[in-house]
Design a protein around this ligand. Structure first.
Ligand SMILES: CC(C)(COP(=O)(O)OP(=O)(O)OC[C@H]1O[C@@H](n2cnc3c(N)ncnc32)[C@H](O)[C@@H]1OP(=O)(O)O)[C@@H](O)C(=O)NCCC(=O)NCCS
Length: 260
């Protein structure tokens, strides 16, 4: 799944740094990042990202001072409390099989296109379509995963795809957790309770399977997703933070010696 973003990006994972509580996190992280950032930019990597524990405010403040901002959140919700019932929409929920791959794929693209919109503004790279389609086909074929599709008057209007194996930092994954890879409702059907009803269905299924926690990722700039997950009790565990270094640093260096 090559993309221009990946080709110019470098990432430090959650276990990529640790600071002794007796030390000044800001000083330590500045020194560490200074060394790393020079190597990355010299190598042509201008998009830098780090993962940091959401409740580590000291480290977060240090990354903010270094020019980073939040881009994504890894969040979790315990399953013992069911989703609060809202106004029940008229939907029929069916479990998708491999034969429903095109239905799943179409709804996935509604979600991908949503992430192209402002203020999220993630590029919609058509070159990744085939890889995403293949990933979802494989996910549907594996009985450990489950995809629920909501139908309204026979038309598919919403999708939630739960995976056994999670994404992101393994050390942040709670025990007995299921990963919600995809959640989307067709634009015209939003704000009518379908997302909540499908979540109640999905988390109920997960609880019956013996899972204790549901995890997921969302873009912190996604207004509908952020609000929805927070309202349904998902708590942030990890933040992805990013910095985009001005690429002109690469060629502007040629002028640095001119004044000497
Ligand atoms: C996030 C998303 C899945 C939520 O689904 P949804 O069906 O819109 O969610 P609901 O309708 O259950 O809840 C949304 C709001 O509608 C309100 N609502 C639900 N039924 C309602 C009704 N009959 N009348 C009025 N309001 C209603 C809810 O109270 C909620 O309001 P709140 O945000 O003020 O709490 C959907 O907005 C979506 O697909 N967004 C784009 C893709 C996306 O961001 N996906 C998540 C990626 S991480």
């Amino acid at each position: 799944m090559a993309s221009s973003a990946r080709r110019t990006a470098r990432r430090s994972p959650l276990h990529g740094f640790a600071v002794d509580a007796r030390d000044d996190a800001s000083e330590v992280l500045t020194a560490l990042y200074a060394a790393l950032a020079e190597r990355w930019t010299d190598g042509g990597f201008f998009r830098h990202s780090v993962s940091a524990l959401a409740d580590d405010r000291t480290a977060e403040a240090a990354w903010l001072d270094l020019g980073f901002g939040r881009s994504g959140a890894f969040a979790a919700r315990r399953l013992e409390t069911p989703v609060a019932p809202g106004p029940a929409p008229h939907i029929e929920v069916r479990e998708a099989t491999s034969e429903d791959i095109e239905v799943v794929s179409r709804l996935t693209h509604v979600n991908v296109r949503h992430h192209r919109t402002t203020p999220i503004l993630w590029p919609y790279l058509r070159e990744t379509d085939a890889a995403l389609h293949a990933f979802e086909a494989q996910a549907l074929a594996d009985e450990a995963n489950v995809a629920f599709v909501a139908y309204q008057e026979g038309r598919p209007v919403a999708l939630q795809l739960y995976l056994r194996a999670g994404f992101g930092a393994e050390m942040a994954h709670p025990e007995r957790s299921v990963y919600l890879f995809e959640a989307v409702v067709n634009e015209a059907a939003r704000n009518t309770g379908i997302g909540s009803a499908l979540l109640a269905h999905g988390l109920g299924w997960a609880r019956d399977q013996g899972y204790e926690v549901c995890t997921l990722h969302y873009a912190t700039a996604n207004p509908s997703g952020r609000r929805f997950w927070q309202r349904h009790g998902f708590v942030r565990l990890v933040h992805s933070m990013g910095r985009h270094v001005d690429e002109r640093i690469a060629w502007a260096r040629a002028y640095e010696d001119e004044g000497e």
